[in-house]
Design a protein around this ligand. Structure first.
Ligand code: RIB
Ligand code: CA
Length: 315
């Protein structure tokens, strides 16, 4: 039985590739997509989610989420993803309509209608997930797991202490990590090892199919920022890790921990405080992902591209 999932994302190049991977994977059933503000404004991330799903020929509801964090002003990342949030490839205008429901309404409806527990896969700020948990606490029992991209056991990327998704809405992240739901945290510890090289991009492009070519062109733009600003030896494919862990957990390694979020520190706000010891009886409900087999991760993505291009699923 495929795992039913709902993706909450802020496309964004790596979110877009995570959507491609989720849509292609026979191990998953992508029931719905909701959008958050982060990489770009909610208008742009919502259009981008519709654009990617339209390109894939996916008939999946897309609902707009919160336009800003619970308590803070929105920060966006045009220097990473461009003015559109998906700069690089020239993509057809979206044909998939925007749902008339909000992200919380669509997520609640989808969870209620699912015969089995749904896995949430947030790859942006956690505002929508927090809002769902606050407004529909009764649905917690129908959420099997939250597999998210965010945080880090050590360090940050937007500040020395904080990773971008958590920093955008620390209060929302605090609510999510403390909801008592099993969480898989794909933070920078693993995503900075989930590196895509230019050789990998040329491997995708060489397939020649529409989806493979589109992903290669997304990577062409995404690589630019990371080569100019980091010396990682490649571009970290952050968001696809949260999807790949559901498809093939065996290519990852993790440790169980209690995680909470700093919401007040002048220098440390947005830091995920990872307690592998479970001090003072803290519940260790989070699988903190720390490493992966990079080659198998790239192969997983490559298989997804070949599958979609062979199906001719791209519209
Ligand atoms: O820090 C990386 C995360 O921030 C990724 O999800 C990326 O898409 C941005 O949202
Ligand atoms: Ca993202």
């Amino acid at each position: 039985m495929p795992i039913p999932i709902i993706m909450d994302c802020d496309p964004g190049h790596d979110d877009a590739i995570a959507l491609v991977l989720a849509y292609a994977a026979p191990e998953l059933e992508l029931l719905a997509v909701t959008t958050s503000a982060g990489n770009q404004t909610i208008d742009k991330t919502t259009r981008n989610a519709r654009t990617i799903l339209s390109f894939l020929g996916a008939d999946i509801p897309v609902a707009r989420g919160a336009s800003r964090p619970l308590f803070r002003e929105l920060i966006i990342a045009p220097q990473v993803h461009g003015e559109s949030g998906l700069d690089g490839p020239t993509l057809p205008d979206p044909t998939l309509p925007e749902s008339t429901l909000s992200a919380v309404e669509l997520t609640a409806k989808t969870i209620k209608e699912s015969p089995q527990p749904v896995t949430l896969v947030p790859t942006g700020a956690l505002t929508n997930v927090a809002a769902l948990l606050l407004s529909h606490p009764e649905l917690k029992a129908n959420i099997g797991r939250i597999s998210l991209m965010g945080g880090a056991a050590v360090g940050g990327n937007w500040t020395p202490a904080a990773e971008f998704n958590i920093l955008v809405d620390p209060e929302a992240a605090h609510i999510v990590f403390n909801a008592g739901i099993p969480v898989t945290m794909c933070g920078l510890d693993v995503t900075h090892k989930a590196l895509v090289t230019r050789a990998d991009t040329e491997r995708f492009r060489a397939h020649g199919g529409r989806v493979s070519t589109m992903v290669a062109e997304l990577m062409d733009f995404f690589v630019r920022f990371h080569e100019e600003n980091f010396e990682l030896g490649g571009s970290p494919l952050h968001d696809p890790c949260a999807v790949a862990w559901l498809i093939a957990p065996e290519i990852f390694s993790s440790r169980r921990a209690h995680v909470d979020v700093e919401c007040r520190g002048a220098l440390t706000v947005g830091a995920t405080v990872v307690d592998f010891e479970g001090r003072n009886g803290a519940v260790k409900n989070v699988d903190v992902v720390l490493d992966l087999d990079r080659n198998r991760f790239i192969d997983l993505l490559d298989d997804a591209l070949l599958r979609l291009d062979s199906q001719g699923g791209a519209s």
